[in-house]
Each structure stands twice: as C-alpha cells, then as structure tokens.
Design a binder for this molecule. Structure first.
Ligand SMILES: *Cc1c(COP(=O)(O)O)cnc(C)c1O
Length: 383
C-alpha cells in the first residue's frame, strides 16, 4: 500500500545525517531537534502552537484533556473512521455519540451532527478522512451556535487546505479549537516510528496541554493537573524535519496518482471514484483538481457498486496486488462501542460503505505503469 523504502532512498543522506547528529548530541527526548521541528511545523501550518507528542491517539486524548472535558460529556464523531477517535473518548469516560457520514466524501454528516446534539454535548470531532477536510464551514457554524468545542482529527489530512465560502483558506487541523495529528510511518507526513502532535491557536489551551504531555508539570516536580507521559523522540523529530520541506511535493505526488487512477476508471460503471467537494471554484466541474490541495489522498478509496467488493479483494490478494478495506465494520457495530442508544436506521451510509469501499496503493512513489496495471486488473475483473 505504501513504498516507504523508495521514499527513504531519495532523502537518505539528509535523514541519516540528521539522525547521526541526534545520536551525537545524546538529547534523545525533547531537546533542540524537537523544538526546531515544532517551530517549523507551526510556520508550515500557520498555527500559533504545535505541541509534539508520542502518537496520534495520544494527541486526540490530550486535546480532550486540554479542553477540560469531563466524564459524562457527550462528544459527537463519525461512525466511519479509525477506532482511535472513539477509543480515547471512551477511555476518558466521556460519552461517544457516533453519527453517519456523507456517501460522497465519507466525512461526518452535518445534519446528523445537528440531530445528535443534546444539552450534554460538549464537543465535535470531525475526522478529515482519507485526506479531505470535513464540511468545516457548517461544523464551525454548528459549534458556534451551540457553544461546542471542535477537535479536528487530522491524522489523515496534514497539508490539506480548506477553502471557506468567502474565499479564505486554512490548513486542515487549524480551524477548530484543537487539532490532532499522527506521524505514523504510513501517514502523509510519517516518521520512522510513532509520533504525533496537537495544534491550537489558543494560548491558554496550549499552556495547559504542554503540561499535560509532561505529567501535568508546569514547574519541575510541581504537578498541577493529572497528566500523561507523551513525548516525541528527537530521532523522530529529525526524520520529520528532513521530510517536512517535501510535504507539499509528497501530497502533490499523491494527487497526481489519484488523477491517473480516476482517469483510468472513468468508463467503468461498477466503480465510483473519490469525490472532491470544495468551495473552491476550480472544482466545480472537474471531479478532481490537481492545481490545489484540498484533498491530499491519504487513501485512494473506490466504491464498488455492483456487490463484488469482496470478490475483487480476493482477486487482488491472489495476484498479490496490495489493497485495503478502510473500514470494514461501522464503529457503532464494534463490540467495544455498541450502545443501545444507537439505531441501525441512523447509519444507512456507513452500513453501505463498509460493503463497498476498497482502497488502492497510494504513496509518493507510484508510477504510471503501476497505476495502469492495477486499474486494468480491476476493470477486467469487474467486467
Ligand atoms: C492513524 C490515525 C489515528 C491514530 O494515530 P496513531 O499515531 O496511530 O496513534 C487517529 N485517527 C485517525 C483517523 C487515524 O488515521
């Protein structure tokens, strides 16, 4: 699904020398390398504060701790996402409220958010799934109306832009009160182990979170709040510093690969290719636009609409063509997150998507020939 080796070969010298510098310095945790990365990411995102941490799941948990959410508070998020999002809500003894998504973008449905709001609702976690931002214009309006926090799960969309109706553009993860991301190796900006970060423009929340990631300490050995231990290793920061200057080019390579896939599948009536939904003008006609970066294609995900998704997956497995089903089971149906409050009729889209979606190899090193081979194999099979 990803080609981390091919990507590493191209930046090997710079990554290796940065790692050796960290080994020489013996500043393995925090220290200047992590601080530099933090500053560089703040500048890239145009956000006031980046707080590095150990992984994306921690980033989400710490974001909710930093906003002071309390047991019993309800947090609305998407039924169709990776489990980490709902897991940390439950871990903090907050109440997850799962809602359905849109069939075209796979992102959280804003009418469903409105319906799910109760007096106990305190926050919404939109997940920018597969590299495309949720409908932030509407989500920000809802949050404003009901006085709710927004925590953006930006694990899959770092570097993506979101354009508002008035034409202003912001980076994914910087529009809500807090954003959380992951630097897991396969993400768009991946390190060579685990890593994550929290973003915010709120000075007070940033200060709180800086203490929370470090055992609730604001002054050495004074523990003011219950915190966690969640730090980014300096070696991972060194890798990220070497890769951050390439992030736009990496995302561009993903967009170009996605365009090639979409062109190849154009005439296959059994397939729906990914949709880009944006307020930006250039998208109004074109399905996918290569000139802007509102979708950074963490995954390239098709819908197989003739009922043959599982058969196709089996066929691809036999031919050793990488593929993945993200995600095969709605979160509301998972053993850990089942709840009698949920009603199957409230999740028609997720219940359908889990049967139709399939993701194809998507990374920075895909070439035309690979894409054509994968696409032709799929089209032939579905004929
Ligand atoms: C990867 C991912 C996470 C978790 O990140 P980790 O670094 O693996 O903990 C959270 N949410 C989404 C949507 C993800 O894709």
């Amino acid at each position: 699904m990803v080609d981390l080796k091919g990507q590493y070969e191209k930046i090997k010298e710079s990554v290796n020398s940065s790692i050796l510098k960290v080994l020489d310095s013996t500043a393995f945790v925090n220290g200047p390398e992590v601080h530099q990365f933090q500053k560089e990411l703040e500048a890239y995102l145009g956000v006031k504060h980046v707080i590095p941490c150990a992984n994306g799941t921690d980033a989400l948990q710490i974001a909710m701790m930093g906003l002071g959410l309390k047991p019993g508070d309800e947090v609305i998020t998407a039924d169709f996402t990776f489990a980490a999002t709902v897991e940390v809500i439950a871990l903090l003894q907050l109440t997850p409220v799962l809602v359905d998504v849109y069939p075209d973008t796979f992102n959280i449905n804003t009418d469903a958010i409105r319906k799910a709001i109760t007096p106990k609702t305190k926050a919404i976690i939109p997940v920018h799934l597969f590299g495309q931002c949720a409908n932030m214009e509407e989500i920000l309006a809802i949050a404003n109306e009901h006085n709710l926090f927004i925590i953006e799960d930006n694990a899959q969309a770092i570097g993506a832009n979101y354009t508002f109706k008035n034409g202003t553009t912001k980076k994914a993860g910087t529009m809500g009160h807090v954003g959380a991301t992951s630097f897991f190796p396969s993400k768009n900006l991946g390190c060579y182990g685990d890593g994550g970060a929290i973003f915010t423009n709120d000075d007070e929340v940033a200060h709180l979170i800086r203490g929370i990631v470090n055992h609730g300490m604001y002054e050495r050995y004074y523990h003011d709040v219950v915190g966690v231990n969640s730090r980014l290793d300096a070696i991972q920061a060194a890798v990220l510093r070497a890769k951050l200057p390439n992030l736009n080019a990496y995302n561009k390579a993903r967009q170009e690969a996605s365009q090639k896939y979409t062109t190849a599948f154009q005439n296959c009536k059994h397939i729906e290719t990914p949709k880009v939904v944006t307020n930006k003008r250039c998208h109004q006609e074109a399905g996918i636009c290569s000139t802007c970066d509102c979708h950074v294609f963490h995954q390239y995900t098709l819908k197989i609409i003739n009922g043959k998704r599982d058969a196709l997956a089996k066929h691809l497995a036999e031919l050793q063509i990488p593929h993945g089903v993200y995600y095969p089971i709605p979160l509301h149906s998972q053993k850990a997150y089942k709840d009698s409050r949920y009603n199957e009729a409230d999740f028609p889209v997720t219940n359908q998507l889990v049967k139709e979606v399939i993701s194809l190899p998507m990374h920075t090193e895909l070439d035309e020939e690979q894409i054509r081979f994968i696409a032709n194999t799929i089209i032939e099979f579905l004929k």
